[in-house]
Design a protein around this ligand. Structure first.
Ligand code: PLP
Ligand code: COI
Length: 331
């Protein structure tokens, strides 16, 4: 299968904000986008995005997973970068319209239609480094996807990084391209030097998240993950898995976790660790690398709790069990 996010549906919905109001949404070809080369978003990174999925159920219906959460985060991201205000109801309609149009092309589980709402500042004033863009454009791009991490049976290798950070700490909770760009150098180096799949960013020894997913430690009946603050992305998948863990009677602990405690705990053969995210779903971590030394997580393989939690999430997404939390939207 083609790489995650490399295939697109031929059209997308788009709306533009002219400084006072949003234009009606329209369908346009998805292979080009016109901007002035001086657009604010291109120079000063006033650009935010979201990632959510639509799933095809056995009865042929298409369901969106937790769209309200992703749109709330798009609003937060747009506000933090001083972009024009998002109209939530209109954006929901833009998503529904385009997903409906390409319903037939939504892959069967375990595949899905990945939805990428993107909001970019379009003012053409390169002198406006210290002032916000008054105009913007919002589009909804679709990409049919399979797994983000290749080799489903495999586990990930994470390099523990305690000195640097993924992005500016007051910007970690927004989904903005600049955050990913700032993490790229260290990630490439980690791949090259340690054959690591990802970096687990742990500024000053505090276990935070990786470049594209949240981190969960699963020790026996307890799930431990960092409590929410401004420094990292408040994952919708993280929230969903913590809710499901709690439903199953597991203990959910949201608190700071030090690298020392993490490495101590993973030495226990029953301990598990995993990355959670819309793209990552819940992918097991087999190895942690600190200062050149490798630490196997549990027995190094995917553990039963990781499998059970991912299954519980997939069962809801794929319509195999009742959606008791009201996470699915019909289109
Ligand atoms: N952290 C980062 C940096 C991400 O890019 C993602 C992916 O979206 C996540 C966490 C997980 O967030 P979510 O579960 O909302 O997809
Ligand atoms: C997502 O999980 O939606 C993401 O944004 C991760 C992305 C880097 C593919």
């Amino acid at each position: 299968m083609a790489g995650f996010g490399s295939v697109f549906m031929p059209e997308m919905t788009i709306a533009r904000y002219d400084g006072e109001q949003w234009s009606p949404s329209e369908f346009v070809p998805s292979d080009k986008l016109e901007f002035h080369p001086g657009a604010h978003g291109l120079h000063y990174a006033s650009s935010v995005f979201e990632g959510l999925k639509a799933f095809k159920h056995a009865d042929g219906t298409i369901k969106l997973f937790r769209m309200d959460r992703n749109l709330a985060r798009l609003v937060k991201s747009s506000n933090l970068l001083s972009l024009p205000p998002i109209d939530i109801a209109a954006t929901e309609q833009m998503i529904i319209e385009v997903v409906k149009k390409f319903a037939e092309q939504t892959p069967e589980p375990p595949g899905s239609m990945y939805i990428r709402p993107t909001h970019i500042g379009t003012d053409a004033i390169i002198g406006a480094a210290a002032s916000p863009s008054q105009t913007s454009c919002l589009f909804i791009l679709l990409s049919p996807v399979g797994n983000y991490f290749s080799g489903e049976a495999g586990t990930l290798r994470l390099l523990i990084e305690e000195n640097g950070m993924r992005c500016a700490p007051h910007m970690g909770m927004i989904k903005s391209g600049g955050n990913y760009a700032s993490a790229l150098g260290p990630i490439l180096q980690a791949k090259q030097t340690y054959n690591a799949d990802q970096i687990l960013f742990c500024p000053n020894g505090d276990v935070q998240e990786t470049g594209a997913a949240n981190f969960l430690l699963i020790d026996g009946n307890e799930v431990i993950t960092k409590d929410l603050d401004s420094t990292f992305l408040h994952g919708v998948t993280r929230d969903s898995l913590l809710t499901l863990a709690s439903d199953m009677g597991m203990v959910v602990t949201e608190r700071s976790l030090s690298v020392d405690e993490l490495l101590q705990r993973v030495a226990n053969p029953a301990c598990e660790a995993a990355l959670s995210g819309t793209a990552a779903v819940l992918t097991p971590v087999g190895t942690l690398i600190r200062d050149g030394q490798e630490y196997t997580v549990g027995n190094g393989l995917e553990g039963p709790a990781t499998r059970k939690l991912r299954q519980a999430l997939n069962d809801i997404q794929w319509g195999k069990v009742e959606d008791n939390h009201g996470w699915l939207t019909s289109i």
